[in-house]
Ligand binder design. Sequence first.
Ligand code: BG6
Length: 486
Amino acid sequence: MTTEHVFPKDFLWGGAIAANQAEGAFNVDGKGLSTADMVSYTKTKNYSDIASLMHRSSESIEKALQDPSAKGYPKRYGIDFYHHYKEDIALFAEMGFKVFRLSIAWTRIFPNGDDAQPNEQGLQHYEDLFNELRKYNIEPLVTLSHYEMPMNLVLKYGSWKNRAVIGFFERYAETVMTRYKDLVKYWLTFNEINTTIIEPFTGAGIITDREENSQQAAYQALHHQFIASSLVTKRAKEINPEFQIGCMLARMLHYPATSKPADMIQCQFDNQMNLMYTDVQVRGSYPPITKRFFAENDIQIQTEAEDEAILKKYTVDFISFSYYMTLISTVTPEDYGVTGGNLFSTVKNPYLEVTEWGWQLDPEGLRYALKEMYDRYQVPLFVVENGLGASDVLEADGTIIDDYRIEYFRQHLGQLKEAIQDGVDVMGYTSWGAIDIISASTSEMSKRYGFIYVDQDNEGQGTLKRFKKKSFDWYKKVIASNGEDL
Ligand code: BG6
């Protein structure tokens, strides 16, 4: 088969960021405190247990709440995208972006989550930003909830485990969807919804040391997010029938460590549990595997009579997902070495190389994941995160030679191309992140993902000046050739 003209004509090429990692301006124009504002930077090179790095104790939250400054809390200052967005969008336009994925900070719109009225300054900010994107014909792809929520909802209501939070989220979603109904067409409800289980504070504002049974609290919170996502999907179609609503999963594809049947069964289970989220959001019900899992783990989810019908009726239009690595399943992990991971560590795959942060590089896994998900669900797929975190070096002449990143993208996009040839319907691809931002897991600045370098260090020192990396021109060429020239 010829490799020419593989990507559809209207393929959405672009990049992605999240408000909490980029905007900064945490106390500007009426913004309230969010969960992301509680996360301090810890100097560590131990990346083997990133979930625990992301975990927040009650004590650390108390401390953060008392601290009004941004120092030591990188997500409070980000890369000051809040004030630099025009300059940054101009650079995205220069690369030829067709789409730009970003999130809205809920606390800019409803600073406390339960406010009677939305904050007009926050609403105006995103209106200006979307207009700026439209000026360059860049389609916004907006995540409603990306790893942040109002701290007030956490402290006053116990966060997503409380059903009342569904209503607050619906109001927030309805407010922004109504305001931007002619500016935004593509929406995602919850970023990496499976993070609610893997790291409940990041995903759902659950402070685990305040819970008697934190796993139970996390699954309860997840159920409420599923319901909220469905209700928002329903409302979205009433506001604008043209809206396209997607769910968002951190795809954690597992391979068996051996062909030993017990490893195969374990692997099947791990994949089923990872796809449980999309099963609910696309097929409209919890898959059978969860029944035994909940029973054996003493998880009892409180539901309302209407929940089953809500999940069944208001499913998403497309699946978006992040893809960074693959994992290994085994019943005897002690037989193998362990490597770092995005949200958790895993057994090392001897066939794969790892990044500086211990993430296993597996471009072919992207093809596998795409094919498997398309076979299973037959709805359009959107790769909304994929990229390489590396310590780039700014040379004295202002250049950044990131050949390793170009190679990473070349290989992953090559596999994406294969998947399209295999018949998978892929709507678009937004690399993570379009520009260097604060790392979600470690809060470092030095873990860089962008095509654009931002002059700032881990302590928040720097000019914030933007520099184009070598990969900037490479990606520009990829987009201009619609993926033919990788
Ligand atoms: C995803 C998140 O898990 O991975 C992003 O949706 C995050 O917010 C990205 O930044 C990369 O992870 P990290 O920890 O290297 O920033």
